[in-house]
Design a protein around this ligand. Structure first.
Ligand code: F0G
Length: 393
């Protein structure tokens, strides 16, 4: 069994898969990829797993890019689309990375997989580990994981460990202990996770008829997904599949915004937020492991990172649900909150072509949804009671 590595032993930076443009072009040219249905594995020529490897898949990817005309109308926008990645098999974008990460884990002969998680990674890892007959150990911050996500990890058979601390401390523990305890880490520090997640960018280009949008708005927590999207857009551009790339706008919650603060203050190094806090528990992260990758990605795209308040996140969550039929968890509404804020501050034009990533499903966090909603009206089981309630007596 090979010894897994996640970071360079010399400089300490996280490892990254480099795509060789010439050989990738040749592989694509020889394949029928354009005819395959939209999914993560549509792009298998650009995913670094052995061509003979057994793929562990739940049919992830192929998620809708919604035009959402009523939402656009409500915001006075002309060109807004939502990439709803909450429709993946376990309800978040993590499945894109996990199908590749678990396929790789098996290829490498791993027996035990692990992660620290604010919830979605653990739910996804648990599902794919079960599929591939791997033991799964997940560490979650005590009391701060949305109920649906916890239920998923438990039902899929993971050993769920609640850590008295936040996500950053749990991830630190995972990174320090994994080698000694023989566990393969499937947080986004694992470069193969990123390789799966980059397919969301490929899909967007395909869904837009072979083009990139002008802007991509995306929430930033640990920084893996934004870096993955950028890698996807940049690869498609370098392979000549598309002729441009979007400006990436990273959105963080005010109470957990170390990356946005770097952009604000033009700092070169990240200053971790010691006690991150936000209603969007998925992105309640103060010391993002991928900060270098995401900062580089956002800068290379010509974009920057900024913040939204919890109130703005919840308002955007309500709008997505009411006007677009998209029930997103709070983190999955943060990007739209960013668009609305930018519009108000006139940082973008109403006609800007925007794709907004909604990363996780609202059913994962019923508590937050219910606490914002009007309680159901209670009536007797009679026509008159219903008429009275509806005011049509
Ligand atoms: N949105 C959702 C719904 C998430 O679950 C996460 C991260 C993000 C956005 C941020 O993505 O970390 O790649 O920048 N969730 C991780 C987890 C941390 O453990 O489930 P990122």
């Amino acid at each position: 069994m090979s010894r897994p590595a996640y970071a360079c032993s010399k400089c300490g930076n996280l490892l990254e898969v480099r795509t060789d443009v010439r050989s990738s072009k040749e592989r694509l040219a020889k394949s029928d990829w354009k005819k395959r249905p939209l999914s993560v594995w549509k792009y298998r020529e650009l995913i670094p797993v052995d061509s003979k490897a057994k793929v562990y898949s739940l049919n992830e990817g192929g998620t809708p890019l919604l035009e959402c005309s009523r939402l656009s109308e409500h915001l006075g926008m002309k060109n807004l689309r939502i990439k709803f990645d909450g429709t993946n098999p376990t309800g978040s974008f993590k499945d894109r990375g996990m199908t590749v990460g678990i396929t790789k884990a098996k290829e490498l002969g791993m027996k035990v997989v692990t992660c620290a998680s604010t919830g979605n990674t653990s739910a996804s890892l648990a599902a794919y580990a079960g599929l591939a007959d791997l033991k799964c150990v997940v560490l979650i911050p005590e009391g701060k994981v949305a109920l649906g996500k916890l239920a998923q990890a438990m039902m899929h058979g993971a050993l769920v460990v609640s850590v008295k601390g936040n996500f950053d401390q749990a991830l630190d523990l995972v990174m320090k202990s994994s080698e000694k305890l023989g566990m393969y880490v499937l947080n986004s520090v694992n470069p193969f996770r990123i390789e799966g997640q980059k397919t969301a960018a490929f899909e967007i280009c395909d869904q837009m008829g072979g083009r990139s949008p002008e802007y991509l708005y995306i929430p930033v927590g640990n920084g893996g997904n934004s870096a993955a999207y950028w890698k996807g857009f940049a690869e498609f551009e370098s392979l000549g599949v598309v002729s441009s790339h979007p400006i990436v706008r990273g959105i963080q919650a005010e109470g957990a915004a170390p990356v946005a603060k770097m952009f604000e203050s033009n700092a070169k190094e990240l200053v971790a937020v010691k006690k991150p806090d936000t209603v969007a528990t998925a992105i309640r992260i103060g010391n993002p492991a991928n900060w270098k990758k995401t900062v580089r990605a956002i800068k290379e795209s010509g974009g920057y990172a900024s913040t939204v308040s919890d109130e703005e996140i919840l308002r955007a969550q309500g709008m997505l649900a009411k006007y677009a039929g998209v029930f997103a968890e709070p983190a999955g509404a943060a990007a739209l909150a960013g668009v609305i804020k930018d519009l108000k501050l006139r940082k973008i034009d109403k006609s800007a072509e925007i794709v907004c990533v909604s990363t996780g499903h609202g059913l994962k966090d019923p508590d937050v949804a219910i606490s914002q909603s009007v309680e159901p009206a209670s009536i007797e089981a009679s026509m008159s009671a219903l008429e009275k309630l509806l005011g049509s007596e």
